[in-house]
Design a protein around this ligand. Structure first.
Ligand code: PMP
Length: 420
């Protein structure tokens, strides 16, 4: 394959191993919940480019606004007065939880998290962080340092400023116990290092790449209290979970907690690059020196993001994600009863995972790849994640239908039967 050869020649080796498939299809076109390859084959997309295309591929209603803006004004920098980014900030404030209402726009999730950590440093005057094992926060020096998945850390020895606490998952214990152990390990870090050194804890509400790790209902309340008692901020990374994915606008709303800083990216632009870190009036006060991202919140990305937020509301995508998520989860649980390979089904809304484990208790990583490949041949794209890459990930565009969910469940049932 020419594209693979050229990737090997012109890109860094870091990009060579990222394909899900032995023979990856060349995707040339997208339309809502469908993708098409260069042979004209149609795929039902259950991964949405890692939770980016929540409103569907090449959504015509959103594209109309993107193209209109592109033909009017593309970029100036914020040195000049333009309206789109400010309109977006105002709209975002209306959907953000609690008293979060100020945003700083940039282009990627990594940048948003980097900015959030900087803001926590500025506000608290402290310089160290806690992150959770299994979390993923980005590819910059500090955000990769806060990433607790070995395969996504280019160097095991990154910034010593980040301390890792246990996540809410351990293959040998139940969720409640793992969540308690996580809180305990955070307490231990605070005690050992001293609260006077730690600016913030950064966490995904549901760990996406780490394997759809979904904390119990009480977890974030207890965590927030612990941090507040110690003068430590909570940064919630909604890069993958945000914008209706879990049946609410943001996943942290399921936990009834308002973080001090929240980061968003991916689905905000539905394919256009835009991200933000968002905070309260109080915390925002700490960032007074001039600072801006050249392309962050540019008119085209901002106009697109505004259209995305309108679309989510107009077509009630939160309701769709909740309803179809329930249906898909029930279907996956029924398959779990039928096939011992499925050890666990977890997640909320349309952010679901099925962990595959062999009879001997070992992660079924090869089987996961076989299932992905077979589903792809049948015209369905699903994701995989988890520390051992043995969790099937279902994170489709939120414009799918009940019939699409039934198709996926039916094909997955047949593929699992073939494997037995
Ligand atoms: N946070 C989370 C939770 C993510 O899933 C990702 C990307 N997968 C990032 C941050 C980094 O975002 P980006 O690739 O846009 O820098």
């Amino acid at each position: 394959n020419q594209i693979i050869e050229k990737k090997k020649e012109f890109l860094l080796p870091s990009s060579h191993r990222n394909h899900f498939y032995a023979n990856p299809p060349q995707i040339v076109k997208g339309s809502m919940q469908f993708l098409y390859d260069d042979q004209g084959k149609e795929y039902l997309d259950f991964f949405a480019g890692v939770s980016v295309m929540n409103c569907g591929h090449c959504n015509p209603e959103i594209l109309e606004k993107t193209i209109q803006q592109m033909q009017t004004l593309q970029h100036t920098t914020i040195i000049y007065l333009t309206e789109e980014m400010v309109q977006l900030a105002e709209k975002l404030a209306s959907v953000l939880p609690g008293d979060l209402r100020r945003s700083f726009f940039c282009c990627t999730g990594s940048e948003a998290n980097e900015g959030a950590m900087l803001l926590a440093r500025l506000y608290t005057g402290k310089n160290e962080f806690i992150a959770l094992e299994n979390g993923l926060h980005g590819r910059t020096y500090l955000t990769m340092s806060a990433t607790g998945i070995p395969m996504w850390r280019a160097d095991p020895d990154l910034s010593p400023k980040v301390h890792f606490a246990k996540t809410v998952w351990d293959s040998n214990t139940d969720l409640e116990q793992a969540a308690k152990a996580s809180i305990e390990s955070i307490k231990e870090i605070i005690q050992a290092r001293g609260a006077n050194h730690i600016a913030a804890l950064i966490a995904e509400p549901i760990q996406g790449n780490g394997g759809i790790i979904t904390p119990p209902a009480w977890y974030f309340k207890e965590l927030k209290q612990l941090l507040e008692d110690n003068g430590i901020l909570l940064i919630i990374d909604e890069v993958q979970t945000g914008f209706a994915r879990t049946g609410k606008m943001f996943a942290i709303e399921h936990y009834d907690v308002v973080p001090d800083i929240m980061t968003v990216a991916k689905a905000l632009g539905n394919g256009m690059p835009i991200s933000a870190f968002c905070t309260t009036d109080e915390v925002a006060k700490a960032f007074t020196k001039p600072s801006a991202s050249t392309l962050g919140g540019n008119p085209v990305s901002s106009a697109t993001a505004l259209a995305v937020l309108d679309y989510i509301e107009k077509y009630e995508l939160c309701e769709t994600a909740a309803h179809l998520g329930e249906m898909l989860k029930e279907g996956l649980i029924a398959l779990q009863a039928k096939y011992s390979l499925i050890k666990d089904v977890r997640g909320i809304g349309l952010m679901l995972g099925a962990e595959l484990v062999k009879e001997d208790g070992q992660p079924a990583s090869e089987e996961t790849d076989v299932i992905l490949e077979k589903l792809k041949d049948r015209g369905i794209i699903v994701g995989k994640n988890g520390l051992n890459r043995n969790v099937l990930a279902f994170q489709p565009p939120l414009v799918i239908t009940e019939a699409n969910v039934q198709t996926l469940l039916h094909e997955l049932d047949e593929v699992l039967a073939e494997l037995q």
